[in-house]
Design a protein around this ligand. Structure first.
Ligand code: 6PG
Length: 469
C-alpha cells in the first residue's frame, strides 16, 4: 500500500505547476498533481516519459494519495486562490503535513497564512521561485522561508530540482516566516531596476549613436562575454536577433512600447519606503513602466514639446564602452539597493537572512542571475554585516575607475533629450552617498521654521528650536 503513495503533491497544473512537477519527476520523485479541471488532471497523467506521475481532480484523493508528512506545493495565482487552496485542502491534511505556496504572494499575506495554517498543527511555507517556464522545468532558483523543521523535509527536493552553480544548489533555507516571499519580492524589484537600465542602453544606442538593430545585436552579443554578462543581457541579445514571424524585420520593432506588470516591483518600492531604505533605481523601474502606459499623451506631446536636436560626434566605439561601464555600475547599484533592503528587513522582521547565501542562490536559475553575483556572494561571505555593498573596497575601486563613464553617458543623454532615469538615479545615488554634506540642514531649518520640529546641531548634543519669527 505504501508504495502506491506519492512523494510530493502539486496543486495547479498551469505552466509553472506542470513544469515544476515534471522537474521533480525527472529527479526521481513520484508526483501527484491536482487540478480542478478533470481534463487537465488527465492530461497530466498521460504525460509521456518513464516517470511516475498522476493527476487527480478530487481534493480528498489527492491528499490521501501522498506519503506523510505530506509535502504539497501550490502554484496558483497570488491572492484569493491561495486562500481558496488553504480552505479546500487543509481539512484533509494531518498534523506535521506541509503546505507550500510557490507563487509570488505578498509577504504579509504569507505571515497571516502561516498563523492560520499553524493553528491546525500544519506547516505553511512561503517559497519564492524564479526562472519562468524554463527555470521551473530544468532548474529554478528557489527561495524558501518557514520553519527549519519543515525545510528539513522539503529542502532535499528543492535542492535537487534547482539550478546548480559550481555544484552548489540554487536553493537554500533562507529564514523564518515570510523570509522566502520577501526575498523573492526584492528579487523582482532588482529585476525591474535591471530591465530599466538595460532598456536605457538600447535607447541611447538607438537614439544618440543611431546604431542599426544589427549593430545593437552585436553590442549585446559582445557584452555576454564581459562583466555585465547576465541572463537579462543574454535574452536581450537574442531578442535583437528575433525576426518577426508576421512581417519583415525585427519582432521588437513591432512590440508596443507599453510595459505591463504584476505588481511585485511596486511592492518592493512601497515596502522600501516603509523601511526608509533608498531604492531609487527600483523606483524608476516601476515609474517608467507607469509612464510607458501614457502612450497617447506621449504621442501628442512628442509633437508639442521640442527637445534638443540629437548630435553625437565622438568615437562611437569608445562611447559604447562607456555605456557598458555605466551599465555595470548600474547593475552593482541595483543589487546594492536590494541587498540593503534585505538586510534591514531581516533585522526588522527577524528573518535571519544571510546575504551571501541569497547572492549564491541567485547565481543560477533566476531572472537576475549574473556573473557579478559571484563577487557579491564573496564580499558578503567575507563581511556578513556590511551595511551596504558600496562600503566594500572592490566596489569603491570600480566606482573610482568607471564613474566618469556613467556620468558621461548620463550627461550626453540629458543633453540629447533622451530619458535615462535609471542611469541618472544610479549616478545621483552615488553622488549623494559620497557627499559629506547634503543640503538636509536646510530641510531641517525649514521644518523647524514652519513647524517647530527641532533640529540637531553639529556642535552640541540634543534637539534645538530657534525662534525664527
Ligand atoms: C521570475 C519573475 C516572475 C515574474 C514575471 C512577471 O523570477 O521568474 O520575476 O516571477 O512574475 O517575470 O513580472 P512582472 O509582470 O511584474 O513584470
Amino acid at each position: 500500500m505504501r508504495d502506491t503513495l506519492y512523494d510530493v503533491g502539486i496543486i495547479g497544473l498551469g505552466v509553472m505547476g506542470m513544469n515544476i512537477a515534471l522537474n521533480m519527476a525527472d529527479h526521481g520523485y513520484a508526483v501527484l498533481g491536482y487540478d480542478r479541471k478533470e481534463a487537465k488532471a488527465l492530461a497530466f497523467s498521460q504525460t509521456p516519459g518513464n516517470i511516475r506521475i498522476k493527476g487527480v481532480s478530487s481534493v480528498k484523493n489527492f491528499v490521501k494519495g501522498l506519503k506523510r508528512p505530506r509535502k504539497i506545493m501550490m502554484l496558483v495565482p497570488a491572492g484569493g486562490p491561495v486562500d481558496d487552496v488553504i480552505d479546500a485542502f487543509t481539512p484533509f491534511m494531518e498534523p506535521g503535513d506541509i503546505l507550500i505556496d510557490g507563487g509570488n504572494s505578498f509577504y504579509t499575506d504569507t505571515d497571516r497564512r502561516i498563523s492560520r495554517v499553524e493553528e491546525k498543527s500544519l506547516h505553511f511555507m512561503g517559497v519564492g521561485i524564479s526562472g519562468g517556464e524554463q527555470g521551473a522545468r530544468f532548474g529554478p532558483s528557489i527561495m524558501p522561508g518557514g520553519r527549519p523543521e519543515a525545510y528539513e523535509a522539503v529542502g532535499p527536493i528543492f535542492e535537487k530540482i534547482s539550478a546548480h552553480v559550481d555544484n552548489e544548489p540554487c536553493a537554500a533555507y533562507l529564514g523564518t516566516g515570510s523570509a522566502g516571499h520577501y526575498t523573492k519580492m526584492v528579487h523582482n524589484g532588482i529585476e525591474y531596476a535591471l530591465m530599466q537600465v538595460i532598456s536605457e542602453t538600447f535607447d541611447v544606442m538607438r537614439r544618440i549613436l543611431k546604431l542599426s538593430d544589427e549593430e545593437i545585436h552585436d553590442v549585446y552579443g559582445s557584452w555576454t562575454e564581459s562583466e555585465v554578462d547576465s541572463y537579462l543581457i543574454e535574452i536581450t541579445h537574442h531578442i535583437f536577433g528575433a525576426k518577426d514571424d508576421r512581417s519583415e524585420g525585427l519582432l521588437l520593432n513591432k512590440i508596443m512600447d507599453v510595459a505591463a506588470q504584476k505588481g511585485t516591483g511596486k511592492w518592493t518600492s512601497q515596502n522600501a519606503m516603509d523601511l526608509q531604505i533608498p531604492v531609487p533605481t527600483i523606483d524608476m523601474g516601476v515609474t517608467m513602466r507607469h509612464i510607458s502606459l501614457y502612450k497617447s499623451e506621449r504621442e501628442d506631446l512628442s509633437k508639442r514639446i521640442s527637445g534638443p536636436p540629437c548630435s553625437f560626434k565622438d568615437d562611437k566605439k569608445k562611447f559604447i564602452n562607456k555605456i557598458r561601464n555605466g551599465l555595470y555600475i548600474s547593475m552593482i547599484i541595483s543589487y546594492t539597493q536590494g541587498m540593503m533592503m534585505l538586510k534591514t528587513a531581516s533585522e526588522r522582521f527577524n528573518y535571519g537572512l544571510s546575504l551571501d547565501k541569497i547572492a549564491k542562490i541567485w547565481r543560477g536559475g533566476c531572472i537576475i542571475r549574473a556573473k557579478l553575483l559571484n563577487h557579491i556572494a564573496e564580499v558578503y561571505e567575507g563581511n556578513p554585516h556590511l551595511s551596504t555593498l558600496l562600503m566594500d573596497n572592490s566596489f569603491v575601486d570600480v566606482l573610482n575607475s568607471r564613474l566618469q563613464d556613467l556620468r558621461d553617458v548620463t550627461a550626453m543623454s540629458v543633453l540629447n533629450g533622451v530619458p535615462v532615469p535609471g542611469f541618472a538615479s544610479v549616478l545621483m545615488y552615488i553622488d549623494a552617498f559620497r557627499s559629506i554634506h547634503l543640503p538636509a540642514n536646510l530641510i531641517q531649518a525649514q521644518r523647524d521654521y514652519f513647524g517647530s520640529h527641532q533640529f540637531e546641531r553639529i556642535d552640541s548634543e540634543g534637539m534645538f528650536h530657534y525662534n525664527w519669527y
